[in-house]
Design a protein around this ligand. Structure first.
Ligand SMILES: [Zn+2]
Length: 244
């Protein structure tokens, strides 16, 4: 998958942690491949999985780990309930604040599904810098995008923004200032048009997402690619030019 990505023009990949074990595995994977970086966090849909905060700190301290998360709230599924997700989120944000002091500050990848209004006050009360949050795989509409942008966070789009069935997400994508926009695959799910339905979705397919966004926003491709590459490098602290 890494060589496929390279062949498609994707030079850097971030593999995302969703549980303690997964975050450690992601850091190890990143340690083995110069193109790969990792994140460390408990995804809201894994709120009931076993977790070990000391080991999570270890995953976050790995030199290839560039962000905390995914963390957040997901109202799409009945389980885990909001009452089960929320304490894990709050505990995690408090630890992130402490770990940022101890290990050096890292940005936060936010998972949010139909929960913008619930999530923004929790993120605000964490005291973490607002421009160090990215709402990844954004699948809401323009009103929610406006709320996230007013809050001060970044927004990242996946294959969903290429779906004909998602005009609201496309309207949201028009609103995001160029310096707070990123794109991603959220692999292994959500393969973009024109390869929608392919399983697994792979990192190489991010080029389809990026090209779609460039056309949607009427930005010349070269400018768009250069800007989103630079955005990702700046947000995640990746070496400049590593996306090429
Ligand atoms: Zn997510």
């Amino acid at each position: 998958m890494i060589s496929q990505a390279r062949a498609a023009g994707v030079g850097a990949l971030i593999t995302v942690g969703t549980t303690t074990a997964d975050s450690l595995a992601s850091a190890q994977l990143a340690g083995r491949h110069p193109e790969v970086w990792s994140t460390a966090g408990v995804h809201p849909l894994h709120a009931l999985d076993p977790r070990d905060w000391d080991q999570m700190r270890r995953a976050g301290a790995h030199p290839r780990c560039v962000a905390w998360g995914e963390l957040g709230l997901d109202r799409h599924y009945p389980s885990p309930t909001q009452e089960e997700q929320r304490p894990v989120l709050e505990e995690q944000l408090a630890l992130v604040a402490r770990w940022n002091d101890e290990l050096g500050a890292k940005p936060v990848v936010v998972h949010c599904r139909r929960a913008v209004a619930d999530l923004l006050p929790v993120l605000a009360s964490s005291g973490l810098p607002r421009d160090r949050f990215v709402f990844h795989c954004f699948t809401e509409g323009p009103d929610e995008a406006r709320a996230v942008l007013d809050f001060g966070a970044w927004i990242s789009f996946t294959g969903v923004v290429t779906f004909r069935s998602a005009p609201e997400v496309q309207r949201a994508a028009m609103l995001v200032p160029m310096d707070r926009l990123m794109c991603e695959t959220d692999a292994p799910y959500l393969a973009p048009e024109p390869v929608r339905g392919t399983r697994p979705c792979t990192p190489a397919m991010v080029m389809h997402v990026a090209r779609h966004l460039a056309v949607l926003r009427n930005v010349p491709w070269e400018d768009f690619e250069r800007t989103v590459d630079a955005n990702a490098c700046r947000f995640f602290g990746l070496p400049e030019g590593c996306g090429r």
